[in-house]
Design a protein around this ligand. Sequence first.
Ligand SMILES: Cc1ncc(COP(=O)(O)O)c(C=O)c1O
Length: 377
Amino acid sequence: MTDPAAFRTHFPAFADSVHLASCSQGALSDALTAELFEFQHTIREHGAPWDRWMVKIAEARALFARLIGAGEDDIAVVPSASEGAYQVASTQVWDERPGLVTTDLEFPSIAHNWLAQQGRGAEVRFVAHHDGLVDAEDYLAVIGPDTQLVSVPLVSYANGLRFPAREIVKLAKENGARTFVDAYQGLGVEPVDVTELGCDYLVSGSLKYLLGISGIAFLYVRPGLRDAVSPPLTGWFGRTNPFEFDPRNLEYPEHARRFESGTPSVPSAYGAVAGLTLLHRLDAHRVREHVEGLTGQLQQRLLEAGERLWSPLEDVRRGPLVAMFDRDPDALAAFLAERRIVCSARGDVLRMSFHYYNEDSDLDAVVRAIAEYRASH
Ligand SMILES: Cc1ncc(COP(=O)(O)O)c(C=O)c1O
């Protein structure tokens, strides 16, 4: 089993910088560099090797499926999480059950896709947070007998809150609703098994904790789930046989690929394979444990330094992200970037996020630099 120090050696940037921005873009691995080079090489060497590219896309799908305990046929390859949400939303009907439950801590573009369904009859209800926390009971108070879809982030992009997703999914199902989980801010660090989670749909993309690049995301669709409306956004990859090339035949497969549309980003599939292959060498529970230790220590040190945090103090409620309030998080992030410490500013907070490649020296560096910033501003 690879330990964190050995894993870190695959990420050359740590030689001269501190990467605490996996919530935004994972650090570049040697494997990712090699896969991206390989993609260029396939064009240089073979011209238009669609057969090789199809194999790479299938590999990315299979690796993602295995990561969440799903079958390959349960995964649609989509360009973004937003498009995954759209595919889910546009295939529901809202006539008898117009309720669509989401939360203020949802990533905006997911919530925006839910709001865009209002034109088709959806009634969107937001579960508010209290001091950055959301409990299953808060969802229960908003879910009703007319709820068609319940949407829950695994971890919030805003403050790192780890949602009680399993409980929320259970409550939603007891009320006859379908469930959508946005796993983007957790998967890669948080162990996920879709059978245990029990959700109908789950989406995640490649560039953050999955250690790939932008341009590819994956939509899990529970096998056997039927669409009320066939996916209106479609294309040749959404056919039973994409290589039939019959413009008159709009046959949708039963498996999740019915949600695919045009040519996926092939370089992104190479990138996804690089990241997912690295992750498959790790024990997901050890990754979570390692990251929980780092975020817990960082929070304690920041609190001791007098900082105010928005991320939850309780380990069990916190994903891989620490969110610290600041008057001007962009200025603070720029100050840190000058010292080659990569963090991510959003709204009122500076976000510092962790993966298996991070270690104590990263904590020391960021705590020291924040203290330096406070002393000079
Ligand atoms: C939780 C979450 N969902 C979705 C997204 C973005 O999804 P996409 O740009 O692939 O639509 C982000 C990006 O930061 C995110 O944090």
